[in-house]
Design a protein around this ligand. Structure first.
Ligand code: 5GP
Length: 191
């Protein structure tokens, strides 16, 4: 059986990548989502083992020591990591998998799994990003920090395979859906 395709989506915080991933998962029955671990506090409505595995710093560090992450990074002062075993078993079973991770994590996974597809989702403008981050009204988040980081993140887009601008949600989802289909049909991915 051909292996599944690993699709890595990165985007500045507030670009809408969680919504894009949710819609992609509704559309594609052959797609699974890699739930990351994090030490940040859950936002309103976020659930453990659905949006993230919310861990203490100690729990997170134990997992690092046991080599349970494919990659991990400190993003906006919190630890984030991609659990290894779920990715390896899902890809082996022939299903595709989407990861929404930052630019450091994307580069680290691409080094280990060069077949992974890198998709960068950009906001239509910095102003739209500011509006979305402010509307999120999460006191634990620093809008200024996330906006400042977004400039560095945007400059990494040149290292990605695809660039999708989220100026229209349905269009952005459709484009990434097409990318996954096209990549899955590559001769090299089929036996
Ligand atoms: P947020 O706190 O807004 O959910 O995520 C902050 C940043 O961390 C985003 O860029 C998100 O993609 C990234 N992130 C989420 N999970 C992981 C992960 O497992 N590894 C890495 N390196 N970054 C992650």
């Amino acid at each position: 059986m051909p292996k599944g395709t690993l699709v890595i989506i990165s985007a500045p915080s507030g670009t809408g990548k969680s919504t894009i991933c949710r819609k992609l998962l509704q559309k594609r029955k052959d797609l699974r989502y890699s739930i990351s671990c994090t030490t940040r506090e859950p936002r309103t409505g976020e659930k453990h083992a659905k949006h993230y595995f919310f861990l203490t710093k100690e729990e997170f560090k134990r997992k690092i020591a046991r080599n349970e992450f494919l990659e991990w990074a400190v993003v906006h002062d919190h630890y984030y990591g991609t659990p290894r075993s779920f990715i390896e078993s899902t890809v082996k079973s022939g299903l595709n998998i989407v990861l929404a991770i930052d630019i450091q994590g994307a580069a680290a996974i691409h080094r280990k799994m060069p077949d992974a597809i890198l998709v960068f989702v950009a906001p239509p403008s910095i102003e739209s990003l500011r509006e979305r981050l402010t509307a999120r009204r999460d006191p634990s988040e620093s809008v200024a920090k996330r906006l400042a980081n977004s400039k560095n993140e945007m400059s990494a887009a040149k290292n990605y395979d695809y660039l999708v601008v989220n100026d229209d949600l349905e269009k952005a989802v459709h484009h990434i859906d097409c990318i996954i289909t096209a990549e899955s049909l590559r001769v090299a991915r089929q036996e």
